[in-house]
Design a protein around this ligand. Structure first.
Ligand code: SF4
Length: 312
Protein backbone atom coordinates (compact mmCIF):
# COMPACT_ATOMS: atom_id res chain seq x y z
CA UNK A 1 0.00 0.00 0.00
CA UNK A 2 1.33 3.43 -0.88
CA UNK A 3 2.21 5.84 1.92
CA UNK A 4 -0.36 8.32 0.69
CA UNK A 5 -3.11 5.70 0.97
CA UNK A 6 -1.96 4.81 4.50
CA UNK A 7 -2.13 8.49 5.40
CA UNK A 8 -5.62 8.72 3.98
CA UNK A 9 -6.74 5.70 5.98
CA UNK A 10 -5.48 7.42 9.15
CA UNK A 11 -7.30 10.61 8.17
CA UNK A 12 -10.51 8.63 7.63
CA UNK A 13 -10.25 7.14 11.08
CA UNK A 14 -9.82 10.55 12.66
CA UNK A 15 -12.56 12.05 10.50
CA UNK A 16 -15.07 9.36 11.32
CA UNK A 17 -14.32 9.51 15.01
CA UNK A 18 -15.25 13.19 15.36
CA UNK A 19 -18.75 14.00 16.41
CA UNK A 20 -20.89 16.26 14.25
CA UNK A 21 -21.12 18.62 17.24
CA UNK A 22 -17.31 18.95 17.11
CA UNK A 23 -17.44 19.89 13.42
CA UNK A 24 -19.96 22.58 14.25
CA UNK A 25 -17.92 24.31 16.93
CA UNK A 26 -17.06 27.82 15.80
CA UNK A 27 -13.40 28.34 14.88
CA UNK A 28 -13.04 30.91 17.66
CA UNK A 29 -14.12 28.33 20.20
CA UNK A 30 -11.67 25.78 18.84
CA UNK A 31 -8.81 28.30 18.88
CA UNK A 32 -9.64 29.44 22.39
CA UNK A 33 -9.71 25.82 23.49
CA UNK A 34 -6.06 25.52 22.55
CA UNK A 35 -5.16 28.22 25.06
CA UNK A 36 -7.32 27.43 28.04
CA UNK A 37 -7.48 24.33 30.10
CA UNK A 38 -9.76 21.65 28.72
CA UNK A 39 -13.06 23.47 28.29
CA UNK A 40 -16.20 21.42 28.56
CA UNK A 41 -18.17 20.76 25.35
CA UNK A 42 -21.15 21.96 27.33
CA UNK A 43 -19.68 25.46 27.04
CA UNK A 44 -20.04 25.38 23.26
CA UNK A 45 -23.18 26.85 21.74
CA UNK A 46 -26.02 24.36 21.51
CA UNK A 47 -26.78 23.04 18.01
CA UNK A 48 -30.17 21.73 17.08
CA UNK A 49 -30.50 18.19 15.85
CA UNK A 50 -31.29 19.21 12.25
CA UNK A 51 -28.03 21.14 11.97
CA UNK A 52 -26.14 18.16 13.34
CA UNK A 53 -27.95 15.90 10.88
CA UNK A 54 -26.96 18.30 8.06
CA UNK A 55 -23.28 18.03 8.98
CA UNK A 56 -23.61 14.26 9.31
CA UNK A 57 -24.99 14.05 5.76
CA UNK A 58 -22.13 16.21 4.47
CA UNK A 59 -19.66 13.98 6.24
CA UNK A 60 -21.19 10.86 4.71
CA UNK A 61 -20.95 12.37 1.22
CA UNK A 62 -17.34 13.45 1.77
CA UNK A 63 -16.39 10.00 3.06
CA UNK A 64 -18.13 8.35 0.14
CA UNK A 65 -16.34 10.59 -2.39
CA UNK A 66 -12.97 10.15 -0.72
CA UNK A 67 -13.47 6.38 -0.39
CA UNK A 68 -14.12 6.11 -4.12
CA UNK A 69 -10.99 8.12 -4.82
CA UNK A 70 -8.87 5.92 -2.53
CA UNK A 71 -10.25 2.70 -4.01
CA UNK A 72 -9.64 4.00 -7.49
CA UNK A 73 -6.09 5.11 -6.66
CA UNK A 74 -5.32 1.78 -4.99
CA UNK A 75 -6.78 -0.31 -7.81
CA UNK A 76 -4.88 1.66 -10.42
CA UNK A 77 -1.72 1.45 -8.31
CA UNK A 78 -1.47 5.18 -8.86
CA UNK A 79 1.84 6.89 -8.15
CA UNK A 80 1.77 8.85 -4.91
CA UNK A 81 2.33 12.14 -6.72
CA UNK A 82 1.63 15.39 -4.92
CA UNK A 83 -1.27 16.35 -7.20
CA UNK A 84 -2.91 12.96 -6.84
CA UNK A 85 -2.64 12.90 -3.06
CA UNK A 86 -3.99 16.41 -2.77
CA UNK A 87 -6.91 15.59 -5.05
CA UNK A 88 -7.83 12.57 -2.97
CA UNK A 89 -7.39 14.09 0.47
CA UNK A 90 -9.12 17.41 -0.19
CA UNK A 91 -12.64 16.30 0.74
CA UNK A 92 -11.60 15.11 4.20
CA UNK A 93 -8.61 17.22 5.20
CA UNK A 94 -9.93 20.64 4.20
CA UNK A 95 -12.88 22.52 5.66
CA UNK A 96 -16.11 22.27 3.73
CA UNK A 97 -15.82 24.68 0.76
CA UNK A 98 -18.04 27.71 1.33
CA UNK A 99 -19.82 29.17 -1.65
CA UNK A 100 -19.28 32.85 -2.15
CA UNK A 101 -22.34 34.63 -0.78
CA UNK A 102 -24.12 36.43 -3.59
CA UNK A 103 -25.72 39.86 -3.62
CA UNK A 104 -29.46 40.15 -4.27
CA UNK A 105 -28.68 41.35 -7.81
CA UNK A 106 -26.45 38.34 -8.46
CA UNK A 107 -29.10 35.98 -7.09
CA UNK A 108 -31.77 37.60 -9.26
CA UNK A 109 -29.54 37.26 -12.34
CA UNK A 110 -29.07 33.56 -11.55
CA UNK A 111 -32.81 33.07 -10.98
CA UNK A 112 -33.52 34.80 -14.30
CA UNK A 113 -31.07 32.47 -16.02
CA UNK A 114 -32.77 29.42 -14.47
CA UNK A 115 -36.20 30.80 -15.46
CA UNK A 116 -35.10 31.12 -19.09
CA UNK A 117 -33.91 27.49 -19.04
CA UNK A 118 -37.26 26.42 -17.62
CA UNK A 119 -39.20 28.30 -20.28
CA UNK A 120 -37.37 26.49 -23.07
CA UNK A 121 -37.17 23.11 -21.29
CA UNK A 122 -38.39 20.05 -23.19
CA UNK A 123 -37.14 17.40 -20.78
CA UNK A 124 -40.52 15.84 -20.09
CA UNK A 125 -43.84 15.49 -21.96
CA UNK A 126 -45.45 18.32 -19.96
CA UNK A 127 -43.67 20.74 -22.32
CA UNK A 128 -45.98 19.66 -25.13
CA UNK A 129 -49.18 20.77 -23.44
CA UNK A 130 -48.14 23.72 -21.31
CA UNK A 131 -49.34 27.16 -22.29
CA UNK A 132 -46.63 28.73 -20.12
CA UNK A 133 -43.91 27.31 -17.95
CA UNK A 134 -44.11 28.66 -14.38
CA UNK A 135 -40.60 29.14 -12.96
CA UNK A 136 -41.66 30.81 -9.70
CA UNK A 137 -41.26 34.32 -8.38
CA UNK A 138 -40.37 36.36 -5.35
CA UNK A 139 -37.59 37.84 -3.29
CA UNK A 140 -34.16 36.55 -4.40
CA UNK A 141 -32.98 37.10 -0.82
CA UNK A 142 -35.96 35.37 0.78
CA UNK A 143 -35.50 33.72 4.17
CA UNK A 144 -38.66 31.73 3.55
CA UNK A 145 -39.81 29.84 0.45
CA UNK A 146 -43.20 28.27 -0.22
CA UNK A 147 -43.06 25.29 -2.58
CA UNK A 148 -46.02 23.45 -4.04
CA UNK A 149 -46.32 20.53 -6.41
CA UNK A 150 -47.06 22.09 -9.81
CA UNK A 151 -48.95 24.84 -11.65
CA UNK A 152 -52.70 24.67 -12.20
CA UNK A 153 -55.05 26.20 -14.80
CA UNK A 154 -54.58 29.87 -13.87
CA UNK A 155 -50.84 29.54 -13.42
CA UNK A 156 -50.50 27.79 -16.80
CA UNK A 157 -52.41 30.64 -18.45
CA UNK A 158 -50.39 33.43 -16.84
CA UNK A 159 -46.99 31.85 -16.21
CA UNK A 160 -47.02 32.87 -12.52
CA UNK A 161 -47.23 30.62 -9.43
CA UNK A 162 -50.20 30.51 -7.04
CA UNK A 163 -52.40 33.16 -8.60
CA UNK A 164 -55.78 31.36 -8.69
CA UNK A 165 -58.11 30.84 -5.73
CA UNK A 166 -55.53 28.71 -3.95
CA UNK A 167 -52.95 31.43 -4.55
CA UNK A 168 -55.22 34.05 -3.03
CA UNK A 169 -55.54 31.90 0.07
CA UNK A 170 -51.75 31.50 0.15
CA UNK A 171 -51.46 35.31 0.03
CA UNK A 172 -53.73 35.47 3.08
CA UNK A 173 -51.64 32.85 4.88
CA UNK A 174 -48.49 34.84 4.16
CA UNK A 175 -50.14 38.05 5.35
CA UNK A 176 -51.30 36.33 8.56
CA UNK A 177 -47.63 35.57 9.23
CA UNK A 178 -46.85 39.29 9.08
CA UNK A 179 -45.20 39.02 5.65
CA UNK A 180 -45.97 40.15 2.14
CA UNK A 181 -45.86 38.02 -1.00
CA UNK A 182 -42.83 40.06 -2.15
CA UNK A 183 -40.93 39.03 1.00
CA UNK A 184 -40.91 35.33 0.14
CA UNK A 185 -40.21 33.17 -2.90
CA UNK A 186 -43.04 31.02 -4.25
CA UNK A 187 -42.55 28.13 -6.64
CA UNK A 188 -43.37 24.55 -7.49
CA UNK A 189 -41.41 21.35 -7.94
CA UNK A 190 -42.81 20.75 -11.44
CA UNK A 191 -42.71 23.85 -13.59
CA UNK A 192 -45.33 22.92 -16.20
CA UNK A 193 -49.03 22.17 -15.76
CA UNK A 194 -49.77 18.48 -15.21
CA UNK A 195 -53.21 17.72 -16.66
CA UNK A 196 -55.59 14.80 -16.30
CA UNK A 197 -56.53 15.27 -19.96
CA UNK A 198 -53.59 16.92 -21.72
CA UNK A 199 -55.63 17.35 -24.89
CA UNK A 200 -57.83 19.93 -23.26
CA UNK A 201 -55.68 22.61 -21.57
CA UNK A 202 -58.63 25.05 -21.60
CA UNK A 203 -60.73 22.83 -19.33
CA UNK A 204 -61.14 23.75 -15.67
CA UNK A 205 -60.79 20.96 -13.09
CA UNK A 206 -58.17 19.28 -15.29
CA UNK A 207 -55.29 19.57 -12.79
CA UNK A 208 -53.36 16.64 -11.36
CA UNK A 209 -50.24 16.24 -9.25
CA UNK A 210 -46.99 15.65 -11.13
CA UNK A 211 -46.01 11.98 -11.25
CA UNK A 212 -42.76 10.53 -9.94
CA UNK A 213 -41.00 10.73 -13.30
CA UNK A 214 -42.01 14.36 -13.87
CA UNK A 215 -40.80 15.25 -10.37
CA UNK A 216 -37.51 13.43 -10.86
CA UNK A 217 -36.84 15.13 -14.19
CA UNK A 218 -37.90 18.63 -13.14
CA UNK A 219 -36.63 18.86 -9.55
CA UNK A 220 -33.19 20.04 -10.59
CA UNK A 221 -34.76 23.45 -11.33
CA UNK A 222 -36.25 23.97 -7.87
CA UNK A 223 -33.04 22.66 -6.33
CA UNK A 224 -31.00 25.25 -8.24
CA UNK A 225 -33.47 27.97 -7.23
CA UNK A 226 -33.18 26.95 -3.57
CA UNK A 227 -29.38 26.95 -3.82
CA UNK A 228 -29.42 30.41 -5.43
CA UNK A 229 -31.78 31.93 -2.85
CA UNK A 230 -30.32 30.07 0.11
CA UNK A 231 -33.39 30.39 2.36
CA UNK A 232 -33.40 29.34 6.00
CA UNK A 233 -36.90 27.89 5.90
CA UNK A 234 -39.17 26.20 3.38
CA UNK A 235 -42.87 25.50 3.76
CA UNK A 236 -43.82 22.54 1.58
CA UNK A 237 -47.42 22.93 0.43
CA UNK A 238 -49.09 19.53 0.24
CA UNK A 239 -47.97 15.95 0.50
CA UNK A 240 -46.39 15.69 -2.95
CA UNK A 241 -44.00 18.60 -2.37
CA UNK A 242 -43.33 17.53 1.23
CA UNK A 243 -42.42 13.95 0.33
CA UNK A 244 -40.15 15.05 -2.52
CA UNK A 245 -38.30 17.72 -0.53
CA UNK A 246 -38.01 15.79 2.72
CA UNK A 247 -37.29 12.57 0.80
CA UNK A 248 -39.68 10.59 2.93
CA UNK A 249 -42.62 8.51 1.77
CA UNK A 250 -44.68 9.06 4.94
CA UNK A 251 -48.09 10.67 4.63
CA UNK A 252 -48.51 14.42 4.97
CA UNK A 253 -50.21 13.79 8.31
CA UNK A 254 -47.10 12.01 9.58
CA UNK A 255 -44.71 14.65 8.20
CA UNK A 256 -46.60 17.68 9.57
CA UNK A 257 -45.95 19.20 12.97
CA UNK A 258 -42.16 19.27 13.02
CA UNK A 259 -39.24 20.63 11.09
CA UNK A 260 -37.28 18.35 8.80
CA UNK A 261 -33.99 18.74 7.00
CA UNK A 262 -34.31 19.68 3.34
CA UNK A 263 -33.07 16.92 1.05
CA UNK A 264 -31.68 17.87 -2.36
CA UNK A 265 -30.35 15.49 -5.00
CA UNK A 266 -28.39 17.68 -7.38
CA UNK A 267 -26.86 20.53 -5.41
CA UNK A 268 -24.98 20.81 -2.15
CA UNK A 269 -26.18 23.46 0.26
CA UNK A 270 -23.78 25.57 2.28
CA UNK A 271 -26.11 25.65 5.29
CA UNK A 272 -28.98 23.51 6.55
CA UNK A 273 -32.49 24.48 5.45
CA UNK A 274 -35.40 23.61 7.71
CA UNK A 275 -38.56 22.47 6.00
CA UNK A 276 -42.04 22.23 7.42
CA UNK A 277 -44.90 20.48 5.66
CA UNK A 278 -48.45 21.77 5.68
CA UNK A 279 -51.63 21.51 3.65
CA UNK A 280 -51.77 22.81 0.09
CA UNK A 281 -54.06 25.88 -0.06
CA UNK A 282 -56.19 24.07 -2.66
CA UNK A 283 -56.77 21.31 -0.09
CA UNK A 284 -57.71 23.96 2.49
CA UNK A 285 -60.31 25.34 0.09
CA UNK A 286 -61.81 21.86 -0.18
CA UNK A 287 -61.51 21.15 3.55
CA UNK A 288 -61.75 24.39 5.56
CA UNK A 289 -61.60 22.34 8.77
CA UNK A 290 -57.88 21.83 8.13
CA UNK A 291 -57.17 25.58 8.27
CA UNK A 292 -56.68 25.43 12.05
CA UNK A 293 -53.92 22.83 11.65
CA UNK A 294 -52.33 24.76 8.78
CA UNK A 295 -52.27 27.89 10.95
CA UNK A 296 -50.60 25.91 13.74
CA UNK A 297 -47.94 24.85 11.21
CA UNK A 298 -47.35 28.42 10.08
CA UNK A 299 -47.08 29.56 13.69
CA UNK A 300 -44.19 27.13 14.14
CA UNK A 301 -42.38 28.88 11.29
CA UNK A 302 -43.26 32.29 12.74
CA UNK A 303 -41.82 31.29 16.11
CA UNK A 304 -38.56 30.17 14.46
CA UNK A 305 -38.34 33.37 12.41
CA UNK A 306 -39.36 35.65 15.28
CA UNK A 307 -42.43 36.91 13.40
CA UNK A 308 -45.47 38.43 15.09
CA UNK A 309 -49.00 38.20 13.76
CA UNK A 310 -50.01 41.70 12.58
CA UNK A 311 -52.55 43.53 14.72
CA UNK A 312 -56.06 43.48 13.24
S1 SF4 B 1 -42.16 20.10 -16.17
FE1 SF4 B 1 -40.02 20.64 -15.82
S2 SF4 B 1 -38.87 19.02 -16.87
FE2 SF4 B 1 -40.94 18.98 -17.69
S3 SF4 B 1 -40.85 20.30 -19.51
FE3 SF4 B 1 -41.54 21.56 -17.79
S4 SF4 B 1 -39.68 22.51 -17.00
FE4 SF4 B 1 -39.05 20.78 -18.28
Amino acid sequence: MKDSVRALAAEFKQFLSTREEDDLMPAAYTQAAAHVSAPSKADAPAQDHLTIEFVREKKKKAVSAATSAVVSATQNNAPAGAANAQEISLPISQPMPQEKSMSAAEKQALLDEIAEEIKSCKRCPLCKTRLNAVPGEGNPNATLMFIGEGPGFDEDHQGRPFIGRAGQLLDKMIAAMGLKREDVFIGNIAKCHPMVNPENPEAHGNDRAPNAVEIAVCRKFIERQIAAISPKYIVALGGVAAKALISDTKSLGALRGKFHLLHLDSVELKAPVKILATYHPAALLRNPNWKKDAWADLQMVMAEMGLQRPQA
